[in-house]
Design a protein around this ligand. Structure first.
Ligand SMILES: Nc1ncnc2c1ncn2[C@@H]1O[C@H](COP(=O)(O)OP(=O)(O)OP(=O)(O)O)[C@@H](O)[C@H]1O
Length: 325
């Protein structure tokens, strides 16, 4: 469904020193440097997948999304999305895709939301019946019926994001590109947006590419992740595989009746310790969590404990370190 092959993209950036003199000098003698935003980027995505496209700041995520949505033209490389090349067949391509840039609005700022929706109906030439059905469905599932007549600039970030998502889906796209869709949202709105994305993927089989720095978005939505760093694809695989690869440690938090004795269990490292609480990192190659628990229960009274796997954020930090990005 989506085939990207050897995309390369560079940007020419003007370079000058600070100060008025340098500004004037650069007017007459401009100097440029080249930023390599994408280098040999390739991947394939099948219909119905939700893929998390992740990487640190400046890695090349937005550049990729802009190219595959037809906004930017790469220096070289191929891209085939439902049989079309985005930057060559823009008009037909945009009918197949919905795009949400969390940091930029596709709605008209000063007009009521519903007017923007009607403008999109005309732009995409959405048949009246399809538009009406989608509008009904989207307004009820995204809970935006009460704000349809409000100008976008008067909406909160969460309300605006729900409207953006509705706007991107009015024309029944088969693919949705989401760039930071939950940025700045409160916990309730985040969960609402995530649930909605999950539902349209399940019920309408919409393929989703999601870029985000919020790893709980990735954990909640994506089955597969593609990691990009310094413009290159570094890893492409399932989230479960990735978690298993890094599942070498568990964190054990133990609350107990006041105790001042030293506690040393081989294969564990103390992360924090007070007279009533101990947090240990357990190296699963050396000792089982159950063995640690049974040793602790011999030494401590009234214990209450929790065992946690490594949070996804830590795994991603570890990955960034491993790839030096
Ligand atoms: N219009 C532009 N002009 C010049 N350089 C650009 C332009 N757009 C992107 N870049 C550069 O290309 C590189 C990749 O940027 P991109 O926006 O794709 O990164 P990103 O992974 O989306 O980052 P972030 O997580 O910070 O949004 C960066 O070095 C950036 O400075």
């Amino acid at each position: 469904m989506i085939e990207v092959e050897s995309l390369n993209k560079t940007f020419k950036v003007s370079k000058r020193n600070a100060g008025v003199f340098a500004a004037v000098k650069s007017l007459f003698n401009p100097k440029y440097t080249t930023v390599r935003a994408l280098e040999d980027v390739s991947f394939k995505i099948d219909e119905g997948e939700i893929v998390g496209y992740i990487g640190p700041n400046g890695a090349g995520k937005s550049t990729t999304i802009k190219i595959i949505s037809g906004i930017l033209v790469p220096d070289s490389g191929k891209c085939n999305i439902l049989g079309l090349t985005p930057w060559k067949n823009r008009i037909n391509h945009v009918k197949n895709i919905g795009v949400v840039f969390g940091q930029r609005s596709q709605l008209w700022w000063d007009v009521p939301v519903i007017d923007s929706f009607h403008l999109l109906k005309d732009i995409y030439k959405i048949p009246t019946k399809v538009f009406k059905d989608n509008l009904d469905l989207l307004t009820s599932t995204l809970d935006i019926s009460s704000i349809l007549t409000t100008p976008v600039r008067q909406l909160s970030l969460g309300q605006q994001m729900r409207c953006e998502i509705a706007a991107s889906l009015l024309h029944n796209p088969k693919i949705l590109f989401l760039d930071e869709p939950t940025i700045g949202l409160d916990a309730v709105s985040k969960i609402a947006v995530r649930n909605f994305i999950k539902n349209i993927n399940k019920e309408k089989n919409v393929t989703v590419i999601l870029t985000t720095h919020d790893m709980s978005d990735i954990e909640a939505l994506a089955d597969r992740i593609i990691l990009i760093g310094k413009g290159r694809i570094l890893l492409d695989g399932s989230l479960t595989e990735l978690k298993n690869r890094f599942a070498t440690h568990k964190t054990l938090t133990v609350d107990f009746k006041e105790n001042t004795e030293d506690i040393n269990i081989e294969g564990t490292t103390i992360l924090s310790k007070s007279t009533e609480r101990l947090t240990l990192s357990v190296d699963l190659d050396k000792i089982k969590a159950s063995e640690v628990i049974s040793s602790l229960s011999k030494e401590l009274e009234n214990i209450d404990l929790s065992v946690d796997s490594r949070p996804i954020e830590e795994i991603i930090v570890e990955l960034y370190k491993e790839y030096q990005i």
